[in-house]
Design a protein around this ligand. Sequence first.
Ligand SMILES: O=C(O)CCC(=O)C(=O)O
Ligand SMILES: [Fe+2]
Length: 274
Amino acid sequence: MIKDRLYYSNIIVNKIEENREIIIKNIELQVKKGSNFIFFTIDNLLPVEDVMEIYSKFPKKEEMREKKNLREYKLIEAQLNNHDRILEEITYSFQEKKVINSIASIIGKDDIIADEFLYAGGLSRMEEGNYLNPHLDNSHDKDRSLYRVLNLLYYITPNREIEDGGNLELWDKGLKNDQTVIHSKFNRLAIMVTNKESWHGVSKVKKGNRCCVSNYYFSKKPMSTDDYFHVTSFRGFPDQKIKDIILQGDTILRTSIRKLFPKGIVKNNHIYKK
Ligand SMILES: O=C(O)CCC(=O)C(=O)O
Ligand SMILES: [Fe+2]
């Protein structure tokens, strides 16, 4: 059996469909509570031996690009053809039409387009001390013609405990309230809406590594009714008061630059050049 995107996507769709009822109930509850930041997780996505194989081929620290600043400290790779073929296959399996359709029908949005250039998607690796501060994802795609609407995060590092840090944190009740912690557990797919309220981040990794395969879905229409545009906007974690002020200033600065130069001044090289 060739482990290609078709193979993975068949398993993924079956898993989503198996969980359809529970996911829909969960989303309905969130909507009822008035949340616009919808998310859900699907556990045991792939057979364990398949995830272990993907994990074993995941690029090592030295083979990835380090992003290190006040906002984030992590390793990324979008240039998938520099690595084992299996990594490109698992990443793009989430972009197969039937996976998109299955998720789209659950979310109730029919005009979803996958991000074939992996603009800010692809592989990410976080090691001890790495973090991703609370942020709103950039509202649009690389040409600023489509809205980002969903983020799919598939965690593949075995034996990660919640105490090891590196968990996905969602401010689904607003930044002034406590965040919901999503354990970045082995073989878990987390799916979250991205809009102007979806503040999220990754807590500092305390132990081991945290490998993730990520994909964005786009759409001509946003997840809400009104139009909006924002650059990736960062905040401090709740205990980082000074960093919070600095990061808010940083967002204001980058927003003003973006107003002067709508396509940005530095070329974003976090894309898959085919
Ligand atoms: O790694 C994660 O769980 C979240 C990643 C993320 O939010 C991002 O890359 O924008
Ligand atoms: Fe994000």
